[in-house]
Design a protein. Sequence first.
Length: 503
Amino acid sequence: MTSPSPAAAASAHSSRRWLTLAVVGLAQLMVVLDATVVNIALPAAQADLQFSNGDRQWIITAYSLAFGSLLLLGGRLSDLIGRKRAFIIGLIGFALASALGGMAGSFGMLVFARALQGAFGALLAPTALAVLTTTFTDPKERGRAFGVFGAIAGAGGAIGLLLGGILTEDLSWRWNLYINDVIAVVAIVGAIFFVHTVARTGPRPKLDVPGTLLVSGALFALVYGFSHAETDGWGAPLTWGMLAASGVLLVAFVLWQRRASHPLLPLRIVLDRNRAAAYSSILIAGAGMFGIFLFVTYYLETTLGYSPIQTGLSFLPMIIMLVLSAQLSTNIFLPRFGPKVMVPIGMLLAMSGMVLLTQLDAASRYAVSVLPPLMLLGLGMGSIMPPSIQTATLGVDREFAGVASAMVNTSQQVGGSIGTALLNTLAATAATDFVTAHAPATPQVLADAAIHSYATAYAWGAGAFALGAVVAAVTFRRKGRPSTNRTGVDGAVEAAGEPVLAH
């Protein structure tokens, strides 16, 4: 027998890495699209299971509470039990929870299934990114891989709208949950064969139980507080109580991490200037993006009379531009200019798209007034998300790759929760004020009030992206400027915008 040549072995290894990317991409798509694909199914599910409008929000909130509060724990568990094992457990658990939700015969069972989805999603999402981070170490390959991953992270919500419309109209609302099982089966088989198992070296790390309880409680209170603000207002005692409790628990968590012998999240990970800038950019973009999916969907369906499938197809050009922008930004522009240039440009492009959306009215046509801003938003998000995600996980020691990846998802989840609460509240207030100023509340006044409320949300979304541009421009280091904060990767010091090999 003759052994394969070094070139053949290298080619096989490279091919296996791209198959790993395909598996990780499927898992990420399943988690991200689930945030919007279920939204399309809610009216049909409500009619079938006979639950009230007040209860409907719990289908969304149950998922976001479990997902948001357990992300850091899920990321750390992937560090402790092994990425491949955690990845497969997350896939299986998410698939079983989705099947349970699809079969739900009552409102309570559906809420329980959604909470289970969130819990397993909190294990799956950071593990998928950690697998990607530790698999792709070559700078050029890393750029391509994160371009694909970032495109999925940014476009998954729009894909969920398209897929949700097709499944709801042609099959049943239950298939918006069953579709996860189809994706998961393929991903599980791929994970078994293509995700690499890394042998542990050194002593087995321990779980920081006090830190886990503190941060999980803080994130639960934070997400719940914003969700409660969306339904009951900012003046409700429970809203402020939960947000205040979150602040106290977060302070306690930081103080504990400074003295814990086995910290859940070593503070050096988030205190690195480039990494902190990346997390902030992801959070702000997540808050601003909410206005795109929710309010543009409202506008297309209620004002222009689009069907769910037509609405989903309307977002397709944005997805195409996002994928194109993601590849260009990570493979060509990020290595040349660094995140200090690319992320602010992306924020300004997204801001411009939001400003154009404020001009929509009842007579606007899709091709003239909706398509251009959606394409701008796709270009912008493709310049924000992939570079930010790549920078956020750059140079982190393999031992903490999972929890550092969890911070990416946490930033996006918290940003989405903030955006949901703030933009919904601002839009509702704008609609009420408009009706009051143009009484009596005729059908035409109500329709105009809805369009005015959407414009208010777009304007504040544009403000969020403008803030993001300033924050990114100020906080990211200039390309090539060395970091003063070591992260434990072979003693290497991270340079902004330049990949560091993860061992």
